[in-house]
Design a protein. Sequence first.
Length: 539
Amino acid sequence: MNEPLLSVRDLSVAFHQGGRSTLAVDHISFDIAKGEVVALVGESGSGKSVSANSILKLLPYPAASHPSGEILFNGRNLLAATDAELGAVRGNDITMIFQEPMTSLNPLHTIERQIGEILALHQGLQGHEARERVLALLMQVGIREPEKRLSAYPHELSGGQRQRVMIAMALANRPELLIADEPTTALDVTVQAQILELLAKLKAEHGMSMLFITHDLDIVRKFADRVCVMTGGRIVESGPVRDIFENPQHDYTRHLLASEPKGDPPVTDPAKPLVIAGEHVKVWFPIKSGFLRRVVDHVKAVDDVSVQLRAGQTLGIVGESGSGKTTLGLALTRLISSEGRIAFVGSDIQHYSFKAMRPLRRHMQIVFQDPYGSLSPRMSVSDIIAEGLAVHEPSLSAEQRDARVSEALVEVGLDPATRWRYPHEFSGGQRQRIAIARAIVLKPRFVMLDEPTSALDKSVQAQVVDLLRDIQAKHDLAYLFISHDLKVVKALANDIVVMRAGKVVEQGPSAAIFDAPKDPYTQKLLAAAFDLSVIRAAS
């Protein structure tokens, strides 16, 4: 039998801080054969990324150490390699794609320079020869008109384009092993399908091996050859993908496979009062040019959109990045200027000033995509949740505010005793529950949920969906649910608006759109979300 390309044997990883050691990875072993895709799956904190980063020794040493194990690449132990030896392997024989390309790419350097640096370091290519190779790589990963992208900076590219640039950088030196750490988590479903199809095609063309780290089991089912399931720093089950999915042996694997948002949204009552409505809403951003900065055109972020939302109803807004989903939500909540008519609980608020809107803010709350970014790291959970009460209900005593905070935490399934802790002391799912508690403590009528589950594990997503359903039923809330995850939308939304380039291409009851989408764009979105067979075909 041929020797594996990579062999991880009895690997442990410990982190040391303040005289204490914590074992993050506990005696794991797995192999990757040449041309094989192995998926490492598990929830946040399971040890997936720590294990992957150990392969190239990217952990913060000496805070991290390896009490046991070895990592053999082509028979050579990388854990025992010198810095010079590792430098020759990194970016050459083994490369890595990270989850968030915006933080992985240098914002101060052009795309040509960033890919060119890798070619200069490992292949000595310079000037015209390097540029031709960069262009070839950009074409290979499907960047249109690559000549126009050479001088672009990361912020000038879309999320999918940035991830394609990261793949181009990873493939620049034709590596034997590609490590992909959650490379599609932050992407729209259609872009995700494109990236996975691209990776499958490149793997087939170059005979590359891949270690694919993800918490999305749908991707694993269609993309990987073998899978290792991790929890608590251990691999609890491993084997061929079909065997694991059809006959899981470990309780945790069965838990992961069952952790999809399920159920149907609550039935709406058309007789309930209208909470918020937008008629012919337009948000156009001017494009200025010339010495006098005259307006020469407009970016039509939202273009003649009409929606309405009743108490107890969830309206899902779906579409790719840049479709205008969030802009529409911000316009409806009067956080940005717009044209058209916006009514809230029967009152026309389109021309309300900032001061006039302030009393309504307690009834219009927002839960953001990234709870860690939206919660102040300098404030305790109690202070974060109570902040809105201090503004909108100043007559409450300190004891009354504390009681309301505790009540909100209980409602979202958190222990009130934790209210004196800080956001960094909680998991991602717990932080999102805190963000929801901050919104509901004011007893609002309407909540805008902007991608509230996209950064969460599947099992945590399911928990948050169930929580949102319970809170909605209890308080008769109206939800505007903005997401590119159509499986979550299907479980939560009664009605759906599909947006593309600022316009509505299709809208109606959720069941009708999921069962029989009429517009080709909607059909494309649903195909990308629910059928990834094209990925397997490409590989």
